[in-house]
Design a binder for this molecule. Structure first.
Ligand SMILES: [Zn+2]
Ligand SMILES: [Zn+2]
Length: 263
């Protein structure tokens, strides 16, 4: 059975747990090592069973706990060479065996999990999302997305489960207290995805067979879980797709673990 759980998701830190039952990995480690260890214990897992930490990109909310976890528990870190170059100075001393270099769009395997990193439009060195192929299931993690184009839709389609960014409400962002340059960055083609846009993408994917959706990377300032959920829910209902009946839709929280999704 495939298990997916968001331990932390949002602009203040990200860490997602994925397991095939035999192999368990983390995607990003953007809060302290201790908080990640505690969150794993809370869901009945242990940091000792984690085989790898995969990094999506070098922003602090994705890497701040990676170095310490790698040192403390001898866990290899996987990222592409662009991301390694950008994040290496911030991870501290690492054992050479724990530095694993991947290539965008090239598949690799950890235990019985097949993994494919794919490019995402975001203002980092070489940011990626990940497809996981476990048994006959495709699981996708895609956050920190400035805009969605046809190529990206191609990476997301046919997923059984997807954790997709639903970063901000556009009105909250526009009228909020962020300085204009930051607002411009978030709204830009290489910033973050707004609830409305996420709703359109979720509706499209649901029409094409995806059943499990977790909305993630919510902004603390410019969004709240009920609003993200409701906006995406409305987009689904407009197309006669009903959450709880036709699809599973839930929100990944910034500061606590999400519901465990078992497929
Ligand atoms: Zn981020
Ligand atoms: Zn980022």
């Amino acid at each position: 059975m495939v298990k997916v759980c968001s331990l932390f998701s949002g602009s203040s830190g990200n860490c997602i747990f994925i397991s095939s039952g035999n192999t368990s990995i983390l995607v990003d480690a953007g809060v302290s090592g201790r908080r990640i260890e505690e969150a794993l214990t809370q869901i009945g897992e242990s940091i000792k069973s984690i085989s790898a930490i995969l990094i999506t990109h070098e922003h602090n909310d994705h890497i701040s706990g990676a170095g310490i976890l790698s040192r403390r528990h001898k866990i290899p870190i996987y990222a592409n060479s662009g991301t390694w170059a950008a994040m290496r100075p911030f991870l501290g001393k690492l054992h050479p065996d724990h530095i694993r270099v991947t290539e965008v769009c090239s598949r690799f395997t950890i235990g019985d999990i097949d993994i494919r990193p794919f490019p995402i439009p975001h203002d980092a060195a070489c940011p990626v999302g990940y497809n996981f192929f476990i048994e006959d299931k495709k699981i996708t993690i895609a956050t920190d997305i400035g805009h969605v184009n046809d190529e990206l839709i191609g990476w997301l389609e046919k997923s059984h489960m997807i954790l997709l960014e639903s970063n901000h409400d556009i009105e909250m962002l526009k009228t909020g207290r962020y300085p204009w340059p930051l607002k411009k960055r978030i709204m830009g083609d290489f910033g973050h995805l707004c609830n409305e846009h996420t709703g359109k993408v979720v509706a499209h994917l649901a029409q094409n067979g995806t059943k499990f959706f977790l909305l993630g990377h919510l902004s603390k300032e410019n969004n709240y879980p009920e609003l993200a959920y409701q906006t995406v829910c409305n987009a689904l209902v407009e197309r006669q797709i009903y959450p709880d009946k036709d699809v599973f839709l839930d929100v990944a929280y910034r500061d606590r673990v999400s519901r465990m999704i078992c497929i």
